[in-house]
Design a protein around this ligand. Structure first.
Ligand code: ADP
Length: 394
């Protein structure tokens, strides 16, 4: 009977999941990948097997499946019917916030849950949903071991000075500091570099995670030394619907002069800005690249401009640059965006190999380029499954 690990990533209206079978050798193999979207409005389940073949595509009644717990129950039924011989040995969760101290995954028990609940104010839009998924599993299978893997943990190796804001010191003590996010993605890329790009793995590397959320991380010898995201996942690069770095005075202006409420500002910053807000066309980079409107072009220009500025800042933190690595939806799939970024990064010594870039080969810079450029696909789910296997000694 094959043992398996379930990986859960619960958002406000979605539940993403993956199932990894554990081979005798300890190797992890994805056997199912899926998501429930539209919880609360029009729930829909889509699942593929490990080869990318569709297993299920179902629309559900929102009255019957309104919560993460109900969605999880349905997903569990489907997986049990599909893999009758499998045994679930553990569940790994993506948990956005591990606060200032957790630098590694955490096995869930009552005191761990209390600690994670204390971080809800730091990530009110994400943390409650992550914890709801843990509780949903506890309700149906209280003895099943669960592990929380944090988006912040990988960045805890950063020097303390880089985690400060110039606010009065007591705010730092109260938790207002740079945490950094997308840590599971960066950790996966850092763990992959020694295999795909051993010549740069020990060096000064900036990784650009360009998905619907986007950030950059400076790695030195595979450890995080800087990140474009800070106290929340709003900072740094412009994203699909988030503005990225901006003057905090804008928030005051919106409150005091434009009369927006905190709720309206939150909506503006998380859902209506970024590529969507600037272009007026959409938040999907594919749509923007195919559009011929001037504002779509402006949004792309600004997206690339912000990447270039952050690249300069992170290269300064590293004291130079040996390599730039692209990952996530846009980074892995858009040769055009990589080309635009690398052109602006020529001053850092990156010479793009256009042919390699078109094919998305791991190395996309010319031989002899002073700094190299790479495409390394990320896999946060596999990273969570690895942590879960290790922590539970499976
Ligand atoms: P997340 O996991 O943060 O939701 P992904 O890493 O899956 O995001 O990235 C999603 C984004 O990747 C989409 O919004 C889309 O804009 C972009 N993307 C995917 N494929 C391409 C492509 N071929 N060209 C440009 N952008 C792409």
């Amino acid at each position: 009977m094959e043992q398996a690990i379930l990986v859960l990533n619960a958002g406000s209206s979605s539940l993403k999941f993956s199932v990894f079978a554990i081979a005798e050798t300890g190797e992890l193999r994805a056997v199912a990948v899926g998501q429930v979207e539209g919880l609360g409005t029009a729930p829909r389940l889509r699942v593929k097997d490990g080869d990318g073949q569709r297993i299920a595509d179902e629309q559900w009644d929102k009255a019957a499946v309104g919560s993460h717990a109900q969605a999880l129950q349905r997903v569990a039924d489907l997986l049990r019917a599909r893999y009758p011989g499998g045994t679930l040995a553990g569940v790994g969760h993506r948990v956005v916030h591990g606060g200032p101290d957790y630098s590694a995954p955490l096995r869930i028990n009552a005191s761990a849950m209390a600690a994670l609940e204390a971080f809800i104010p730091l990530a009110p839009l994400h943390q409650p949903h992550n914890l709801a998924a843990i509780r949903a599993v506890q309700e149906v299978q209280p003895d099943l071991p669960q592990v929380a893997c944090f988006d912040t943990a990988f960045h805890r190796t950063q020097e303390t000075v880089g985690q400060f804001y110039g606010l009065p010191y007591e705010y730092y003590e109260r938790g207002i500091r740079r945490y950094g996010f997308h840590g599971l993605s960066y950790e996966y890329v850092a763990a992959t570099l020694p295999h795909v790009a051993p010549e740069i793995a020990g060096g000064r590397v900036v990784v650009a995670h360009l998905g619907s959320g986007a950030s950059m991380c400076a790695l030195h010898g595979g450890r995080s030394v800087g990140s474009s995201m800070g106290f929340t996942a709003l900072d740094g690069l412009m994203m699909g619907t988030r503005p990225g770095n901006m003057d905090p005075g804008i928030v005051l202006y919106l409150l005091q002069q434009e009369g927006l409420s905190a709720q309206q500002i939150e909506d503006l910053l998380y859902k209506r800005s970024g590529l969507l807000g600037l272009s007026g066309v959409g938040n999907d980079m594919r749509v923007l690249l195919a559009s011929d409107t001037p504002r779509a072009a402006l949004a792309i220009d600004y997206f690339v401009y912000r990447i270039n500025r952050e690249l300069g800042a992170l290269a300064a933190v590293l004291g130079g640059l040996d390599a730039l690595v692209f990952t996530a939806g846009i980074g892995e799939n858009s040769a055009r965006i990589r080309q635009l970024v690398c052109r602006q990064a020529r001053w850092l010594g990156i010479e793009l190999d256009d042919e390699a870039n078109e094919t998305g080969a791991p190395c996309i810079s010319r031989p002899g380029s002073r700094a190299s450029a790479w495409v390394v696909p990320t896999n946060e789910e596999l990273m969570i499954a690895r942590h879960t296997r290790e922590l539970l000694a499976l």
